[in-house]
Design a protein. Structure first.
Length: 434
């Protein structure tokens, strides 16, 4: 079962994820030479069934989740080429049925709360040395991501009424992660024409399941046609001691140093990436890293794309705010990453992926994983996920998925599943953007 100190959550899968993560789709209400005003709306619903559960007992779980994100966004351009922008969006969410297979929701969750509320400024052409929009600043409630989300992707842990007498309830929709924005943020971003990039970031969660963690970060990187390299430093500033487990309490004063790079190394249709991160707390020195390589056969029918990645998280690595972006990213394994564990700590993960595009509207994918604990073997397992992404209409994207998860150990041997039999898991997610 997931514990609070270890969790936080091109292809059509990417398109779906970007719709869910970034913002609601927009309907233009007003536009002139200097300003725009949009009505934003995004609806997402999912049906889920797991033959096994991960909170005790022999039964599985069948449940539904959904949310609607709606509000206003816009921008205003000044005569000097600068732009002011902002958004205010609410989210209404719920979980129905048995609740999720990890037992983090029970099906009774219903909630409407403010999600996005931010303002910002872009330099436009007002600073010629930096190029167009070379400088940007923003503040308010918004999503913060560092790099590709390996350490910080969003504040997307959405628990329900099952834990702490409902005190950690954030409205359910646990898998869909309806709420992702940090409560308070301030950002300054530099992105010059020469390829230099730098960020100064401050963000604070209001998520009790994350003990309202507060952090600051700086990044420095360089981007070229061949790829990018970037360094990050993240500093833990505070936690709410009322909700902090001993491991989460270590975030107060934590130092994280990270180096990442991605590019094609001069090979057309190839992609290589790595990241190494060191996490320093009062009690532990931990590390996490990955190496990845992929190739797209663009001249072959159905444009097959293959990838392999190895990821290793040390025994007491705190996974912080990694979250869902696309299938196969940092929630590794639809069953393992969401319900069974190991939840991006104390594990090495072999991952192989394949995607096919039989048409412009359809992508078919297969994701295979092998999980091996760094210490012990409680959540050693194998998983295979098969999915389809189908753009059925401009306002409807459908994604069915079936997963096959086989743990090496049962609860009796320290695992998280009541037995060590194969679990067949299925979900159907629909995205309705306007």
């Amino acid at each position: 079962m997931k514990t609070l100190n270890t969790v936080s959550k091109a292809t059509l899968a990417s398109a779906i994820a970007l719709l869910v993560v970034a913002k609601a789709s927009a309907y233009e209400l007003h536009k002139d030479e200097n300003s725009t005003l949009n009505a934003d709306f995004l609806g997402v619903a999912g049906y889920f069934d797991s033959q096994k559960n991960y909170f005790g007992g022999n039964d599985g779980a069948t449940w539904s989740e959904g949310f609607a994100k709606y509000g206003l966004s816009g921008d205003y351009s000044t005569g000097g080429g600068q732009t002011f922008f902002g958004a205010v969006n609410y989210v209404s969410s719920g979980t129905w049925g048995d609740g999720d297979a990890a037992g983090l929701t029970d099906g009774s969750e219903r909630e409407t709360e403010l999600e996005d509320a931010y303002i910002g400024w872009r330099s436009g052409t007002s600073i010629p040395a930096l190029g167009e929009n070379g400088l940007e600043a923003s503040l308010g409630r918004q999503v913060i991501q560092i790099g590709d989300g390996f350490i910080v992707n969003d504040d997307g842990l959405n628990l329900g009424n099952s834990l702490a007498n409902g005190e950690l309830n954030r409205g359910g929709a646990y898998y869909l992660a309806a709420r992702r924005a940090f409560d308070q943020t301030a950002t300054i971003r530099l992105n010059t024409q020469q390829g230099l990039k730098a960020d100064l970031l401050w963000f604070k969660s209001d998520n009790d399941a994350q003990a309202s963690t507060e952090m600051a970060a700086t990044t420095l990187g360089y981007t070229s046609e061949q790829g990018f390299v970037e360094f990050s430093y993240i500093k833990g500033l505070d936690v709410d001691e009322q909700w902090a487990s001993p491991a989460v309490a270590e975030r107060d004063g934590m130092n994280i140093y990270s180096l990442r790079a991605s590019g094609n190394a001069g090979i057309e249709n190839a992609n290589f990436a790595f990241e190494y991160a060191h996490q320093d707390t009062d009690s532990n020195d931990e590390n996490a890293w990955y190496v990845e390589g992929g190739y797209s056969f663009s001249d072959v029918n159905w444009s097959p794309s293959v990838t392999y990645r190895y990821t290793r998280y040390s025994e007491n690595w705190d996974s912080l705010f990694n979250g869902f972006s696309i299938y196969g990213k940092w929630f590794q394994g639809e069953v393992a990453g969401n319900y069974a564990g190991p939840f991006n700590s104390n594990t090495g993960i072999h991952h192989a992926g394949l995607t096919l595009s039989p048409s412009e509207a359809v992508t078919v994918g297969a994701l295979a994983y092998r999980f091996n604990n760094v210490s012990g073997d409680s959540t050693d397992a194998t998983e295979l996920d098969l999915y389809v992404d189908w753009v059925a209409h401009d306002h409807l994207i459908i994604s069915p998925l079936v997963g096959f998860y086989k743990p090496d150990n049962s609860v009796a041997d320290g695992g998280t599943q009541n037995d060590d039999d194969l679990n067949v898991y299925a979900q159907l997610v629909a995205v309705v953007p306007f």
